[in-house]
Ligand binder design. Structure first.
Ligand code: ITT
Length: 206
């Protein structure tokens, strides 16, 4: 069975593809789907944006489709950048510029007040239009300086709970087990496993 990954973020694709290996689902990229429109991510929640991305790609492709919306919530900034994580500091800016903005706003914030979490909501749409969403979270804190070169986005400033290094320093071996994306994806994989299990009894599932 084919599963369309409805994301244009190559780093997300890498993380999701690795986890989906061996599940029996054949991954299809959004770049392989003709006419997949750009989605305006103007929802107020991760779920709204994830559903928007999943619905538009599912409609064009007719395939089982997985999309996600994710971001970093920093308590000292009232939950910012949150759903605006990709657009924080403006459109078309680099990860480095977004990180500089975050660190700049936290200059005078002490360790114990630098708590934060990554959140990821993944939505799966089936060809009959059924929708299921799953959320993964990873608690942690914001470092005082950027460190490490693995991963993407805010990884160089996020220290997950129980660790003293950033995701970018810890690398994928650790991130792939405990991240918000890994936790959401595990629930998706469990759900897709049940779908596969139902298949012989339900010829309607393609
Ligand atoms: P798609 O919408 O095409 O999936 P995107 O990069 O626009 O890709 P989002 O709208 O979900 O994705 O934005 C999420 C942003 O949150 C992302 O660009 C990063 O800045 C940040 N982010 C999400 N997950 C992250 C992670 O695992 N590590 C570091 N930063 C992350």
């Amino acid at each position: 069975m084919k599963l369309l990954l409805a994301t244009r973020n190559r780093n997300k694709v890498i993380e999701m593809q690795q986890a989906l290996e061996g599940t029996g689902w054949q991954v299809v990229m959004l770049s392989d789907v003709k006419g997949a429109p750009e989605v305006k991510e103007d929802g107020a929640t991760f779920e709204e944006n994830a559903l928007k991305k999943a619905r538009s790609a599912a409609q064009v492709s007719g395939l089982w489709t997985l999309a996600e919306d994710s971001g970093l919530e920093i308590d000292a900034l009232g939950g910012e950048p949150g759903v605006r994580s990709a657009r924080y500091a403006g459109e078309g800016v680099t990860d480095g510029e977004r990180i500089r903005k975050v660190l700049g706003q936290l200059v005078s914030v002490r360790d114990e007040q630098r708590t934060a979490r990554f959140r990821c909501v993944m939505c799966v749409i089936d060809p009959a239009g059924g929708e299921r969403c799953f959320e993964g979270r990873c608690e942690g804190r914001i470092a005082h300086n950027a460190g490490g070169s693995s991963g993407f986005g805010y990884d160089p400033v996020f220290i997950p709970e129980g660790h003293e290094k950033t995701f970018a320093e810890l690398g994928f071996a650790v991130k792939g087990k405990i991240s918000h994306r890994a936790r959401a994806l595990q629930q998706v994989i469990d759900y897709l496993g049940k779908v596969q299990g139902l298949r012989p009894a339900d010829p309607g599932i393609t």
